[in-house]
Structure formats: structure tokens, C-alpha cells
Design a protein around this ligand. Sequence first.
Ligand SMILES: [Zn+2]
Length: 259
Amino acid sequence: MNTTHISGTRRRLLTGAGAVGAGAALLLALDACAADSGGAAASETASATPEVPDLKGLETAEEIWDALLEGNQRWADGEPVHPGTDTDTREALVEGQAPRAAVFTCVDSRVAPELVFDTGVGDLMVTRTAANTFDPLVSESVSYGPAALEAPLLVVLGHQKCGAVTAAHDALAAADAGEEAEDHGYALPEIVASLTPAYEAARTESGDPVDAMIAANVLLTVQALKEHPNLAELVADGALTVVGAVYSLETGLVTEIAA
Ligand SMILES: [Zn+2]
């Protein structure tokens, strides 16, 4: 394994906890990002023409996740190689697809998974909704890659400064205080309702309440997807790993917060 791999692995933070502790976990995770000294090593590797693993040839969730974190490190270092974006790759996929990971994330224009993980066409099956909120319709889409196409990894990716989480937090906090929610000229009642469990879970956390809510939402979503009828058996059999992570707009790094 090269140095990029090592730095990617080191960024992981396994909490093994439920929503409780989510805020602290996020803060620790972001600290870990800041303290990561793998950038120089990764740059050194990149300048020597790094070997970029072909996601399409990877089998296990662990090696696929490691490859995604390596791609994320390239993105964060400003050295993406945009693998699998050529005509040959596009043409080779005409007859069928076998994405190695499903990613469920926010609609935020700054959090495009194929860019953030430096992947190519056919690598990721992506579902995006505001703050990765879901309902039965959306969860069927999220489950499609693992259930129908045998993708062994599902990543739930929250992100720093999520506008939808912030709006839901502010609306729920105003309701708690008996105040009128601020009128933005648009309404997100379904999203606010969907994020209410994360708001409740993050209530007792110290630190920034929106950061805590973002992490809690990821953890609750990971748990719910593990229990989805299309996925529960795959998870129980070890054929599917569901990972929760948070993306930092500031550093460009993805940090695992639950697996
Ligand atoms: Zn967002």
C-alpha cells in the first residue's frame, strides 16, 4: 500500500456509537483532519505518478472505501486524476454497469461525490436529496445499487455547513422557543420533519448544534438504511457495509464517523 492509502486510513474515526456522542465525534473527526500530516506524503506519491486503483476491479467494501479515501485525498490536495472519464470507459459500460459503491448525500453543489472521491463514470451510484433526507421512495433508490447491482459499500455522506440542516435547526429551535420561524420566502416542511429526529438526538451535545445535528443525521440514516428491507439481509450476511462520513468544505476531506 502506498502512503496515500495510509493517510486515508488514518483519517477514519470509528465511534461505534449511536446518535449520542455524534457532535463530539464530528469535532474529533474534524480535528483529526486538521492534524493529518499525510498531505505532504500524498503529494510526494502523486508527483511520482501514483497508481490509481481501478475501482471496477475491487471486490471488498474495505478496499473500495480505502480507494475512495485515496481519491478524496487527491481531491483535497488539488491533484485529482479524473480516472475513468475517457471514451473507452464510457463505451465499455454501454452493455451494463457494476458500480462498486452507492453514495447517499446532499444536493449541495459543493459536494459532488464523483469529484470529491475522484472517481469515473460507472464507479458510483449516487442518490442526492437536501441533507440526505429520505423517505420510502428515496430509500428504494439508495438501496438499488447494493441490492440489484451488488455494490458492497454504501456511503452516507453529510457535509459541513449544510444549508438544509441549518434551516431545519433554526426552524425547530424557533418552535422550541415559541417564536415564529424566520420567513425565507420558501418552506421546507417535509425536510424539517425528516430532520427532527437528528435535532432531538443532537440536543444534548456540546459544541456547535448544527455540526452535531449533521453528524446525528448521518448516524441515524446509516442505522435506518441498515434496517431497510432491501438491505438488512445483505448487512447481516456481511455482503454490504454501510459507512457514515462527513465532508469538510474547508479541507476537502471526507472523514468516517460510523461503520
Ligand atoms: Zn447540504
